[in-house]
Design a protein around this ligand. Sequence first.
Ligand SMILES: *Cc1c(COP(=O)(O)O)cnc(C)c1O
Length: 475
Amino acid sequence: MKGTIFEKSRPGRSGFTLPAFDCEYERIPEQLLRGGPPLLPEVAEVDLVRHYTALSRESFGVDCGFYPLGSCTMKYNPKIGEDAAALSGFTDIHPLQPEDSAQGCLEALGTLGGYLCEITGMDAISLQPAAGAHGEFTGLSMIKAYLGATGHEEKKKVLVPDSAHGTNPASAVMAGFTVVSIPSAADGTVDLDALRGALGEDTAALMLTNPNTLGLFEKNIAAVAGMVHEVGGLLYYDGANLNAVMGITRPGDMGFDVMHLNLHKTFATPHGGGGPGSGPVACKSFLAPYLPGPVVDRTTQGFCLRQPKHSVGRVKAFNGNFLVCVRALAYLMTLGAAGVREAAENAVLNANYLLAKLRGTYDAPYGGRCMHEFVLSLEQLKKSTGIGATDIAKGLIDLGMHPPTVHFPLIVREAMMIEPTETESRETLDAAAEAMLRLYETARTDPGALRAAPSGSPVGRPDEAAAARNPVLRG
Ligand SMILES: *Cc1c(COP(=O)(O)O)cnc(C)c1O
């Protein structure tokens, strides 16, 4: 596929025609008219369809094949969510409509909020934040407001384990805190002694992902929560990925005070392509007055919007990315309570199945069991063959599979982080395991072939650091 749609433009060619205009109309005043016709491409319908179909085939999505991107939960999103989000009752509505004419939409938001509070064990929620990182920033801003209101300005430090997602420390800094990194113990969980050493009067909060990014459940979570609360600190739960725990255990019951969820990972909105997301923030009742407003309330007269008393303010226009919330609601209503739990159980089962198939060949430094994802280290393979995580990842592209997350978490050398998700069949997992094992063999017998991979994709090995720092967004 070469060129832009503009290069395919030919004067006079058109993909559609409008009927002749046969109504009376006022001419637009001359001075408001543009000087010439707009610079739009002129192409036939068939050229238009081929252009965009070809473009869509240049990228890989969850609808194309297996996409085991650890931490990012690229699972299949049921199409019923798209049907729900396309209903005209949800799309043909104005955000400034009076509340009594928007009761259905407010009920959808209120019902979703209630379900998410039930799943997380929290008391109150705002659906406003547009992403996980945005939710983190919002939750930490609430902590900051709460600490300020209760006379604890001295609490300036947020503790973050070294296995955390990079957004955690970034959000803490954005919210005005300083970050203290907590090393992980040899088994990959929080090092309790290191935590004890870092806790003090100046501790504002601990941010924790559980299961953590190594795919391990923090079995000491009750003790951790007790230690943080004892010094007057709060517990923030990074719930970007709830796939392993939803319907089974709840952050609220583990002792967490505030958290975010990623509807665009766990709750049926596709992500990874830059589309809208949603990172609701849920909290215990003592933090509810600080939530961004407005929040949806149920009264005897129906649903209404209310501003929490000490709200940190609005973090997104209107009520957040509303149609992402509709997809999540459709997903939860389709699954039901039992289905939510079953999805989590299957996510854990699938990850363990794949881990069991790979463990004999690849090095799994954090043991034989995992939650919804697991981390391999290709350090030994790299030492003996020169082939590391990046090379195996590139090889997988040629075998029709999206690579897992590589080089993250940062504490594992040559890390490969695999999250198969619950939506994959046994056949897909078997094929993925076979591909991974085949590449391991290739690394030992023909490393040159892997160093040249991928050979069949539109983009091979871009300089990713340079691409991130100096993006060229126009052709
Ligand atoms: C994806 C992710 C985030 C950030 O979510 P965004 O929506 O990308 O901002 C935070 N924490 C964890 C563990 C994640 O996997």
